[in-house]
Design a protein around this ligand. Structure first.
Ligand SMILES: N=CN[C@@H](CCC(=O)O)C(=O)O
Ligand SMILES: [Zn+2]
Length: 398
């Protein structure tokens, strides 16, 4: 076993409280306290895990050392929502949206056609490039969904490829009803909950569904319930796309079924917020403000969720339609500017929050016993992530 000393850290944000030992699931500290900033810090890494954290002057001996020369370090970002297995380009759809055409999920079919037509190697190369882009901006844990195949073979292929880059793979056969099934929604749901699930479950950790009755392409509450219950019976954890395009049943369905996360949460009524607050130990409200940026929709009300006591995460939702970026620093900047989260709240939501949304305790913080997933900032403080938007300040330390 080799021990590496990472030293010369100007300010280390542990996201693990002052003593460095707050479990990911414990929400007893507010974000500012949970940051647990250590000035002049060092970290000892052994075989990819954190073995020691503290002031550099007290660091133990190690086999080799990396000197970060005063740069700040934060936990690597945990991006708990990304659609990275797709081919094709929807820049024209984006341009039309900027000119006033609303998003309704119909463009997903364009990505489905291009993805089906792509070879394994083409998809693998696209996926690898997107993972590299995310890491280059500080992301160290990525969830990856299927959802642009929508046949048994194409969904299983997407998940096999996703499993080459992450353990956090999500079966999203119920992304939309594909064109060839438009006149037989029930038949498509039979396929998704039967042979498609059977082929995909061995490669998936999670099942997800786009529950959005307002979109003719997506799924009603009863259809979504069917998908989620089948996924659970196949041993998968539950995630939901809900309340993205308007008020709807997704949030309450996710809470009722004990999903790990309900994502978007853009249009919530009081009962949704109350349900998320009551379920804060179980179901995370994952906000995806890059989507509202790229669809010109209203932003979700993060302050209302935080005030109510809900668990909040931030993720990219990187996908070719509603948000074609995996840049978590951009997401953090949007959260601070548009969602009125503090820099501390946004950083905690992008690290600890994402970990909670994936039910992980080994990522999202820098503490003994956690994975040594560090993001180095070309900056003296985490506040620069929002203060200097668009600049390439963060990178994963390899
Ligand atoms: N809303 C559903 N799925 C994606 C968008 C997919 C697409 O338009 O390609 C989302 O999370 O926004
Ligand atoms: Zn999504």
């Amino acid at each position: 076993m080799t021990a590496r000393l990472v030293t010369g850290i100007g300010a280390l944000v542990t996201c693990a409280g002052p003593g460095g030992d707050v479990p990911v699931g414990d929400r007893s500290l507010d974000a500012a306290t949970r940051l647990g900033v250590v000035e002049g810090a060092a970290v000892v890494v052994e075989d990819g895990w954190v073995a020691w954290v503290g002031p550099a002057a007290q660091a133990p001996a190690a086999d080799d050392r990396v000197d970060l020369q005063g740069r700040a370090v934060v936990p690597g970002f945990v991006d708990s929502h990304a659609h990275l297995v797709s081919a094709g380009d929807r820049a024209a759809e984006f341009a039309a949206r900027m000119a006033g055409t609303p998003y309704d999920g119909g463009g997903i079919g364009v990505s489905v056609a291009a993805t089906r037509a792509a070879s394994d190697d083409e998809l693998r190369a696209l996926l690898a490039a997107r993972v590299a882009e995310a890491r280059a901006l500080g992301t160290t844990t990525l969830e990856v969904k299927s959802g642009y195949g929508l046949t048994v073979e194409d969904e299983a292929r997407a998940l096999r490829l996703a499993a080459e880059v992450t353990d956090e793979t999500t079966f999203l056969g119920a992304h939309v009803v594909p064109a060839e099934w438009r006149d037989d929604r029930g038949g498509y749901l039979d396929l998704v909950t039967g042979p498609m699930l059977a082929a995909c479950a061995p490669h998936a950790h999670w099942v997800d569904v786009f529950c959005e009755p307002r979109s003719p392409h997506a799924f009603t509450a009863e259809e979504a319930r069917r998908v989620l219950l089948a996924g659970r019976a196949a041993g998968l954890g539950l995630r939901v796309h809900g309340n993205q395009l308007g008020p709807g049943p997704g949030v309450r369905l996710a809470v009722e079924l004990g999903a790990a996360s309900v994502d978007h949460c853009t249009f919530l009524d009081d009962a949704d917020v109350d349900a998320l607050a009551a379920a804060s130990d179980t179901t995370v409200a994952t906000l995806l403000p890059g989507v509202e940026f790229s669809t010109r929709m209203p932003y979700p009300d993060a302050r209302r969720l935080l005030a109510a006591g809900a668990s909040v995460a931030l993720a990219s939702d990187c996908n070719p339609g509603t948000c074609n970026t995996a840049a978590m620093p951009f997401v953090i900047a949007l959260a601070v500017r548009e969602l009125r989260m503090t820099g501390a709240e946004a950083l905690v939501a992008a690290t600890v929050g994402g970990a909670r949304a994936l039910r992980r305790t080994d990522v999202g913080r820098v503490a003994v016993g956690a994975r040594a997933d560090l993001a180095v900032l070309e900056a003296p403080s985490y506040e620069h992530l929002a203060y200097r938007p668009g600049m390439p300040l963060a990178r994963a330390l390899s």
